[in-house]
Design a protein around this ligand. Sequence first.
Ligand code: NAP
Length: 259
Amino acid sequence: MDLGISGKTALVCASSKGLGLGCAEALAAAGVNLVMNGRTSETLLAAADAVRSEFNVTVKTVACDITTADGQAEAMAAADQVDILVNNAGGPPPGLWSDWDREDFIAALDANMLTPIALMKASLPAMMDRGWGRVVNITSQSVRAPIPQLGLSNAARTGLTGYVAGTARQVAGSGVTINNLLPGIHATDRADALDGGVVAAQGITLDEARAQRAATIPARRYGTRSEFGAACAFLCSQHAGFIVGQNILMDGGGTNITM
Ligand code: NAP
């Protein structure tokens, strides 16, 4: 399917690995020029080179912490214009409800709520002036059903979800859509880190921890970054202009809910 977005420019935050990289690759496959981001320069440059040579699109890189005001300004400045914004950053650490202090919450809110909001505020006005724009926020299945050990993530991402629910409906009339993609478990470094906690707690191997988790998912496997990226690219396509303010689960059926 032609997504109808060839020649557009996307800022894909936290895209040197994992789900962000999957989104960057799928957008590049649709002919979208990219600004890619990550903190580790070496990983970012290698990922950008691979995307450039596979998809023949323009790829700029901004090595910075996207959760800082300076990083956000640098990333925005690298794009001549941002037609498509994919918001993403690392997830907060796991723990118990009683573990976290104010500073922990502020860090989680900065990374997973206030950063995407700042980037939306920076890019929405020009999108609205041009009468076209797409924003996809990578959140988590935890906004539908809380994950007990990820209380910081549950809190920050639900806050972002509330902001998007209201804002998406205020900008849709200008041809701009905002939607959230909610990953369940996907085979990335983040999943390895979470499974590493199970390894330590239960004294099992990483493969056993993965098999144990996969057995709890109706699809009986982890998602892939290319599946995730394809969904993101569709939400950014011309065909998705009537999808507004939605929270789309990609979890292999793992969240046991009806709607
Ligand atoms: P990942 O494999 O660990 O990749 C994270 C990417 O983000 C890397 O490219 C990393 O590069 C970059 N990054 C992290 N923090 C950054 C920052 N402050 N500024 C700029 N770049 C940053 O993680 P993932 O699995 O793709 O997860 C992406 C998001 O989805 C996370 O918020 C995660 O919590 C959420 N999520 C993931 C899953 C899953 O199963 N994978 C499930 C639910 C939710 P550098 O480290 O070099 O900066």
